[in-house]
Design a protein around this ligand. Structure first.
Ligand code: NAP
Ligand code: ZN
Ligand code: ZN
Length: 361
């Protein structure tokens, strides 16, 4: 099936117009028109080959909200007209221990990523949501409430589930002092969730200008992490710290904040290794990590957000502004997630709809 999007064709290249083919819709697939796609910092890491394993050309985008235009004959959960979401992965082996437990993000064979991956059977490259359409197995498709603000919902598909999953796993809630480090796309929704779960929340930021916003998002305390004296006052106090920082930083600082048996969960993925002194883990302090979340858990998170009116704070852009948006994200200058509104791009590039399966289109 034809598709049009924005791609980078080598490391660090600006994104530009790109025409490509997706797989034809199979019997278990839904075909969606992309309405909104969030801009995750991982997209930028990937385009820049920060992790040393990017495949090009890459069409980024794994925070996709779309409208179903057509479904395969065996699809049971979706119909044309439904609003749906696609997150970071679109397939997995379906039989390993993690897939069996609904933790497809940790699939033993590796999940098929929404972009930069290869489809399991055909080995066709996957291209992400900075594009007109997506063809995806219904098993990896999320239901989005019609009541939801769709632009504010798109970043939940990655930023939302990536913060929700560890906060839930470590049972963050009332009576706990919980830190969130880095006020960006992940951090701002992480604060909202930690607050919604009843914790007392401390936001650690390097940006003085974000103090007021952090409070509005729900932080009870805001700490400038570069201010050594203020940081000292938070020594040995946190039950849990969610680290969303996208650049290399000193983990000794994180460990110092934890109380005995406290947990620091790293979700940020800087391009260089992070380090800490083993002495700093005395007090049985824990460092762990987390990646995205499973499909069932993602649906739970989306349903919770729809029910409680939780969404991301977004700045809407046209796809033509994507390269400027990347520059601003790298300067930590976004409140707090860019989301691409695909409407005008879709109307300028609608020819692909002629290749929709006739019976359903
Ligand atoms: P983002 O919007 O750019 O936010 C990152 C924040 O980190 C910035 O707003 C800034 O917060 C802080 N920061 C940036 N550079 C810093 C530096 N040099 N020192 C200290 N703090 C710095 O990015 P995002 O989309 O939230 O993603 C954050 C990270 O998580 C990225 O590395 C991304 O790849 C990763 N990620 C991981 C997963 C996963 O499954 N584990 C999923 C999605 C994203 P302040 O201005 O408040 O200091
Ligand atoms: Zn992401
Ligand atoms: Zn698996």
């Amino acid at each position: 099936m034809k598709a049009v999007g924005y791609a980078a064709d080598h490391a660090g290249a600006p994104l530009g117009h790109f025409e490509f083919e997706r797989r034809e819709q199979g019997v278990h697939d839904v075909t969606l028109e992309v309405l909104y796609c969030g801009v995750c910092h991982s997209d930028i890491h990937y385009v820049n080959n920060d992790w040393g394993r990017s495949n090009y050309p890459v069409v980024p985008g794994h925070e996709i909200v779309g409208r179903v235009l057509s479904v395969g004959d065996k699809v049971t959960r979706f119909s044309p007209g439904d609003t749906v979401g696609v997150g970071c992965f679109v397939d997995s082996c379906r039989h390993c221990f993690s897939c069996d437990e609904g933790e497809e993000q940790f699939c033993a064979e590796g999940p098929t990523m929404t972009y930069g991956g290869f489809e399991r059977e055909s080995q066709r490259p996957t291209f992400g949501g900075y594009s007109t359409n997506y063809v995806v197995d219904e098993k990896y498709t999320l239901k989005i409430s019609d009541q939801a603000d769709l632009a504010a919902t798109a970043p939940l598909l990655c930023a939302g589930i990536t913060t929700w999953s560890p906060l839930k796993r470590y049972q963050v809630g009332p009576g706990q002092l919980v830190g969130v480090m880095g006020l960006g796309g992940l951090g701002h929704i992480g604060v909202k969730f930690a607050k919604a779960f009843g914790a007392e929340v401390v936001m650690f930021t390097t940006s003085t200008a974000k103090t007021e916003d952090a409070k509005k998002l729900g932080a009870d305390h805001v700490v400038l992490s570069s201010d050594r004296e203020t940081m000292k006052a938070w020594t040995n106090r946190l039950d849990f710290l969610l680290d969303t920082v996208s650049a290399p930083h000193d983990l000794n600082i994180n460990l110092r904040l934890l109380k005995r048996d406290g947990v620091c969960c790293l979700v940020g993925l800087p391009d260089k290794p992070l380090s800490f002194s083993p002495f700093m883990t005395a007090g049985r302090k824990n460092i762990t990590g987390s990646m995205m979340g499973g499909i069932e858990e993602t649906q739970e998170m989306l349903d919770f957000c729809a029910e409680h009116g939780i969404g991301c704070d977004v700045e809407l852009i046209d796809i033509q502004s994507i390269n400027t948006a990347y520059k601003r994200v790298l300067k930590s200058d976004v409140k707090y997630r860019f989301v691409i509104d695909m409407a005008s791009f879709n109307s300028d590039n609608s020819a692909w709809k002629q290749s929709l399966p006739q019976s359903q289109g």
